[in-house]
Write a protein that binds this ligand. Structure first.
Ligand SMILES: *Cc1c(COP(=O)(O)O)cnc(C)c1O
Length: 239
């Protein structure tokens, strides 16, 4: 094994242990939680090693980095998640490789994604990104729609050709009433998910929790955790 492979294997094992322990503590089955490894800023060679080590879900947040990486790994059986703030001029590219766009936060993006998915003849899974720190009708600082905007966006996704409404995503807020209260934030996301599933029962994906707070996300009921640093190391640059 190369040094990098050994390092990634050890990190993955630690993260796996944390997820398993969090599931056990919450009385949940380990299979209820899917690990998505956030590979942003790391090279395609790392994605390849992660695939060898059994990872099947990876996430990226910038199309400029993600598009060439996904192309370099096109031979691998991987699900690509897009988790970054997405400009409509990048949508056509993203629709070419992403299986799920987790950061859908405005109507303009829904129509652009739908057109791109139809054109690419692909079905794109979509999560509504919720900004728990955003005021009514506003967007969050790191993207996302305020809770009262979820229903409208979800309906638009569900009605759009080429798109599949999969559920909700959030990033624990750094400001506002949920600052420093990750578990409360994730529990609020779960409430919103329950509300969403009344009208859209199949939209049961709940993406929450990162390296620092995956335990709280699993405790609250998340189905997907997005872990970067704890698997790949501290990122060499902001991303
Ligand atoms: C970078 C990123 C993550 C992973 O964060 P870590 O703290 O490195 O685990 C998760 N979700 C989103 C949206 C991200 O941008």
């Amino acid at each position: 094994m190369t040094d990098r492979r050994t390092e990634l294997a050890a990190n993955l094992a630690k993260v796996e242990e944390r997820i398993a322990a969090a599931c056990a503590a919450a009385g949940r089955k380990r299979e209820e939680v899917t690990l998505i490894v956030v590979t942003k800023t790391y090279p395609a060679s790392d994605v390849r090693l992660l695939h060898e080590l059994g990872v099947r879900h990876v996430a990226e947040n910038r199309d400029q980095d993600a598009a060439p990486k996904a192309a370099a790994c096109a031979d691998l059986n991987l699900h690509w998640h897009f988790v970054g703030q997405l400009q409509t001029n990048k949508v056509r590219s993203v629709a070419g490789y992403a299986d799920v766009v987790q950061s859908v936060d405005r109507l303009k993006l829904v129509s652009a994604l739908s057109a791109a998915a139809v054109r690419a003849e692909r079905e794109l899974g979509c999560l509504v990104q919720v900004a728990l720190d955003a005021e009514s009708q506003q967007q969050g600082a790191r993207g996302g729609v305020a809770p009262d905007g979820v229903e409208g966006l979800a309906a638009a996704i569900a009605d759009s050709p080429g798109l599949r409404l999969d559920g909700l995503m959030t990033v624990a807020p750094l400001a506002g009433p949920y600052a420093g209260r990750q578990q409360a934030a994730f529990e609020r996301l779960m409430e919103l998910s329950s509300g969403l599933r009344v009208a859209h029962p199949a939209a049961n994906m709940v993406s929450a929790g990162m390296s620092a707070d995956l335990e709280q996300a699993v405790a609250a009921g998340a189905t997907h955790v997005r872990v970067g640093t704890a698997v790949l190391g501290v990122r060499p640059r902001l991303g």
